[in-house]
Design a protein around this ligand. Structure first.
Ligand SMILES: [Zn+2]
Length: 410
């Protein structure tokens, strides 16, 4: 039972040795020894199974089974090898293992494909060590620049460029254009939410990756003595903020799915029990698959925040530091994935991804789509990340079916 799922689980456990954190889970940061060992482990597995495996300049790993006819056309599939701090052994890693097992399964069952099939283990996606995300896929697409990372250092003061060179890699040749042979990209990933589990659905077919905007919102009032300042004379920043958050969440509920709004961090000044808080900063993360609705939501709440601030004799400053557009997946590729679920007789749901993935970097350049498999309790970025072997297997077989349709036929 579930031979491929079991094999995937075993490989994931072997990868997990490289970057196992004594505190729990995986901490596998870009350009560390653990990271290099994990990439080399995957390279060995690929080579042993007859894949032609090579690193690019920056440390993305590719494993190819050459096609017999359309040698200038490649279907690429994979995900990222790095993790967040104390992350799990599935996020990213499952996508690499599943891609390898799916291609290997096809090779053993049907021989060589007509088009090249290629696995990619992206060097980096999470931005956990250096404050730069999607380093791997952005290099594939030739949109990462030297200047983006030139001045970056990690929390120990180690420079990005030194960490990279010390592990045998370097910047890509910026004169080399994007590969013309890649005609399709598929990524399989754990869901990182609990929609599939709740709805008892085996596979998620992603039709869009939600856009997101993130803000720092600062409310300023006046710090004062908690005993001697009567209520009606206060300019209480926390009281003002609490009304703002109430309004934001209530409005998000009114908009409904797929809009989400999260206040995840609050910093109070001076943060002392007997002082009326003079200033508070809170974060706001808002996401939707439709840019217009996301803008409308943001405009609506920010108008109201000004009113709330004034009514409490406070002021509000809103700073947007992230604005990422929603990314639609390619409709033809989405159909290939839907058909693969139907062919395998698996239940599936057409859904958006609220989390960002390498697919959103690649989608503007190459026809791209994504599969999701259920995550237990929706947990991710945690040592408790878990997907049943049954679903690991069903994901691999769905991916295999899709790759079969894309690369074994005229
Ligand atoms: Zn991921």
């Amino acid at each position: 039972m579930y031979q491929l799922g079991t094999k995937a689980f075993e490989l994931l456990k072997e990868i997990a040795i490289h970057g196992a954190d004594p505190i729990g889970g995986e901490t596998r940061f870009l350009y560390t020894d653990d990271w290099l060992q994990a990439q080399n482990f995957i390279k060995t597995i690929l080579t042993k199974s007859g894949f032609d495996a090579n690193f690019d300049e920056i440390g993305n790993l590719f494993g190819r089974i050459g096609g017999t006819k359309y040698v200038n056309e490649t279907i690429l599939t994979g995900s990222h090898i790095d993790t967040v701090r104390n992350g799990g052994m599935y996020d990213g890693q499952y996508g690499i293992v599943a891609s390898f097992l799916a291609i290997n399964y096809l090779k053993e069952k049907y021989g060589k494909p007509l088009r090249n099939l290629e696995v990619v283990s992206f060097a980096e996606e999470e931005g956990s060590r250096f404050s730069y995300t999607f380093w791997g896929s952005k290099n594939l697409c030739k949109i990462a620049e030297k200047s983006d990372v030139m001045n970056l250092s990690d929390e120990n003061g180690i420079r990005f460029i030194d960490a990279m060179i010390n592990h045998g890699f370097n910047f890509r040749d910026e004169t080399v254009p994007f590969r013309k042979d890649i005609v399709g990209f598929l990524e399989i990933h754990i869901e990182q939410g609990k929609v599939l589990e709740t709805e008892r659905t085996e596979i998620g077919v992603v039709n869009a990756i939600a856009g997101q905007r993130r803000f720092n919102i600062e409310v300023t009032g006046e710090a004062n003595h908690a005993g001697t300042t009567p209520m009606h004379l206060r300019k209480d920043a926390v009281y003002s903020m609490s009304q703002m958050i109430n309004y934001i969440i209530d409005t998000a509920l009114k908009y409904g799915d797929p809009l989400v709004a999260t206040v995840g961090k609050i910093v109070v000044k001076p943060n002392i029990s007997n002082v009326v808080p003079g200033q508070v900063m809170f974060t706001l993360d808002t996401r939707h698959t439709d840019k217009t609705i996301l803008s409308q939501f943001n405009d609506e709440i920010f108008k109201k925040l000004e009113i709330i601030a004034k009514s409490n004799k406070t002021s509000v400053k809103i700073d947007m530091w992230l604005d990422a557009s929603p990314i639609p997946m390619n409709p033809n590729m989405v159909n290939v994935l839907k058909d693969a679920c139907i062919a395998n007789n698996y239940s599936f749901k057409l859904m958006h991804s609220g989390a960002g993935h390498d697919s959103m970097i690649i989608a503007p350049f190459v026809p791209t789509a994504m599969l999701l498999v259920p995550s237990k309790k929706g947990i991710s970025h945690s040592p408790d990340e878990f997907t049943e072997i049954e679903f690991l297997e069903k994901g691999i077989l769905t991916l295999a079916e899709a790759l079969y349709k894309l690369s074994y036929f005229e």
